[in-house]
Design a protein around this ligand. Structure first.
Ligand code: SF4
Ligand code: SF4
Length: 56
């Protein structure tokens, strides 16, 4: 299980710096979470200003 980033993302980049496993990076449309490296800690979800990160 990993968290995912929805289309609500405004690409502010805040979550990228919060992730302990560097699982977040800019994608084609918006930032994306690598499900292989995400440990589901929730730090990014708390940091996102627009609530774009949700549990799958
Ligand atoms: Fe990174 Fe934690 Fe967010 Fe997963 S839940 S992308 S490990 S900050
Ligand atoms: Fe997108 Fe939220 Fe991450 Fe900002 S913190 S890049 S709005 S998912």
């Amino acid at each position: 299980m990993a968290r995912i980033i929805t289309d609500e993302c405004i690409s502010c980049g805040t979550c990228e710096g919060e992730c302990p496993t560097s699982a977040i990076a800019p994608g084609a449309e918006h930032y994306e979470i690598n499900a292989e490296t995400c440990v589901d800690c929730g730090a990014c979800e708390s940091a996102c200003p627009v609530g774009a990160i949700i549990e799958e």
